[in-house]
Design a binder for this molecule. Structure first.
Ligand code: PLP
Length: 365
């Protein structure tokens, strides 16, 4: 077979088996966890980077010998186009985690309070706490969404950051767009509102709103985004922040490094591949219907998911449940205190979810 390398990458997964779909998931054992389990634990995209992104890394491999300033500048410009924001309102980071932690360092290096929902994504407030900030957790409401009025009530003179993960991880819920906008406007007068929109691309609900327009309008809103989810590049470590340039300049001072040029080339290509993003979103919705249908059948309550994972009330200890799924071939999410009898399952391919549902029925028989 006389395939050049580019063509090999383009057709790699199709060669591994009969592909019925326009795009296929990586099939190698290495794309699963080291122990061969189907990975439903870290909210990754089972389809990986788009074929165009894979091509871009091969095409630009010689840039690996340089520090990558031009690739990173081109990436910043491509993000600005995709997000419809000026270029100087974008800061590219090593995964969005670097943006979360650099912002925590800029704001909380000498203490103060950090208000966040509970449970929510923990990287930013965990880092802030290690820097000396006092955490102010606010329980999610009865529907497992952010309780914005309760959070606003906790904001005081010592508050430095208010973290809103929208959609929220681990619950998968969204905040009402109008309510969150007015929250950002009023709370933003007293403290920085940091809105993590890692899962925004999976949302269809018209009541959801991105806070990017507010990040452009006001100095006290920062939005975080990532290439790890819909773009399928969790291992390539690219994220970005959107905020006013003077705010970004203060955050930039606390960055630890800069991303690699190959990853930048891959994300530039992926941002231009809307067909692939739509494919991943559609497959995710199919996978979600399979899981949610089975949970409903089993009478297991679940939070309304707008993401690539589903949080359900297992009524069993999450750590023990995780151990029960491993022998059946599935790695699922860890415990999310204080809701330790709830369980987060990331969505794989529809085929993987069909297999998971069989395991679910066994465990809950
Ligand atoms: C809400 C949220 N923000 C940020 C991240 C980190 O993403 P990245 O891979 O961009 O560092 C995750 C990862 O799961 C997440 O769930």
């Amino acid at each position: 077979m006389n395939l050049d390398r580019r063509e090999f990458f383009r057709r790699g997964s199709a060669l591994a088996g009969a592909a019925v779909l326009p795009f296929d998931a990586p099939r190698s054992a290495r794309a699963r966890s080291r122990d061969g389990l189907v990975r439903l634990a870290s909210n990754e995209n089972p389809y990986g980077p788009s074929p165009r992104a894979r091509d871009a890394m091969v095409e630009h491999w010689e840039e690996a010998s340089r520090y990558g300033a031009s690739a990173l500048n081109e990436l910043r410009d491509a993000i600005a186009v995709a997000e419809k924001v000026p270029q100087d309102h974008v800061l590219v980071t090593q995964g969005s985690i670097e943006g979360l932690c650099a912002t925590a360092a800029a704001l909380c290096k000498d203490g103060g309070e950090f208000v966040h929902a509970s449970p929510t994504y923990e990287s930013m407030h965990g880092y802030a706490e290690r820097l000396g900030a006092t955490l102010v957790p606010v329980p999610l409401d009865g529907g497992l969404a952010h309780d914005l009025p309760a959070m606003a009530a906790k904001v005081g003179a010592r508050t430095r950051v208010v973290f809103v993960c929208n959609p929220n991880n681990p619950s998968g819920t969204i905040a009402d767009g109008a309510a969150l906008s007015s929250f950002c406007e009023t709370v933003g007068e007293k403290a920085l509102v940091f809105v993590d929109e890692a899962y925004r691309d999976f949302v269809d609900d018209p009541s959801h709103r991105s806070m990017v327009p507010l990040a452009l309008a006001g100095p006290n809103v920062v939005v975080a985004r990532t290439a790890s989810k819909i773009h399928g590049m969790a291992g390539l470590r690219i994220g970005w922040l959107i905020a006013k340039p003077d705010r970004l300049a203060r955050i930039r001072d606390f960055k630890m490094g800069f991303p690699n040029a190959m990853a930048a080339r891959a994300v530039i290509a992926s941002l231009g591949d809307q067909e692939y993003s739509a494919f991943c979103k559609g497959q995710n919705a199919r996978a979600r219907r399979i899981l949610v249908g089975a949970l409903d059948e089993l009478g297991l309550r679940h939070a309304p998911s707008h993401t690539n994972f589903v949080f359900f009330h297992s009524k069993r200890d999450a750590t023990q449940l995780r151990a029960a799924f491993e022998p059946l071939g599935f790695a699922i999410g860890r415990a999310f205190p204080p809701l330790t009898d709830w369980c987060r399952v990331s969505l794989g391919t529809p085929e993987e979810m069909t297999g998971f549902v069989t395991a679910l029925r066994k465990v809950f028989a």
